[in-house]
Design a protein around this ligand. Structure first.
Ligand code: FES
Length: 180
């Protein structure tokens, strides 16, 4: 018997991820309060939240499909479609814009050979804009999952791409906390 939870659509979460969701659901007075950290569990494992993942959270957290979907679609870090391995989000709000986010995006577009909003043919990179990432004094800022890179120059962006192509996520300036 499989050690993973799977359905006919191929949805699969590891036992460890399922255990984390159960633990999070038990952590708060109301299960629904665990929705965002549980979404992160699925995002961390799959890189997106498929419909079966929504079904799972509806069952585990006693929330509606509408509630899960509105949270996924409101926050840009949650995704309801399959993603590239590395999604690079460059802040395009005013402070980062003043500090050079537009030339940075142009540089990344050239280096990756894709326009903003595009994905490389090998599925490795996706390039996007992002609203304020909360580090306005450190612009331009680039977010990669839980990692935030600050004062990103074209040279720093090149080093980041080189490292990611080798499968290494470089040390970020700021990492968001996990949910454990
Ligand atoms: S404007 Fe870019 S982090 Fe706030």
């Amino acid at each position: 018997m499989t050690q993973r939870m799977e359905d006919q659509a191929g949805f699969s979460l590891s036992p460890a991820a399922l255990a984390r969701i159960d633990a999070l659901a038990a952590r708060y007075p109301t299960k629904a309060s665990a929705l965002m950290p549980c979404l992160w569990v699925i995002m961390d494992e799959l890189g997106w939240v498929p419909p079966a993942g929504v079904d799972l959270l509806v069952e585990k957290l006693a929330v509606t499909h509408a509630r899960v979907n509105e949270v996924i679609t409101f926050y840009t870090m949650f995704r309801d479609t399959p993603q590239a391995k590395y999604t690079l989000q460059v802040c395009h709000n005013i402070s980062c814009h003043v500090m050079g986010s537009t030339p940075l995006v142009r540089h990344l577009e050239q280096q990756l050979g894709i326009p903003k909003g595009g994905r490389t043919a090998d599925g490795l990179f996706q390039l996007e804009g992002a609203e304020c990432l909360g580090a306005c004094g450190m612009g331009p800022c680039l977010q990669l999952g839980r990692h935030l890179y600050e004062n990103v120059t074209p040279a720093k962006a090149d080093a980041l791409l080189d490292s990611l192509r080798k499968g290494i996520v470089p040390r970020a300036d700021t990492d968001r906390e996990g949910v454990d």
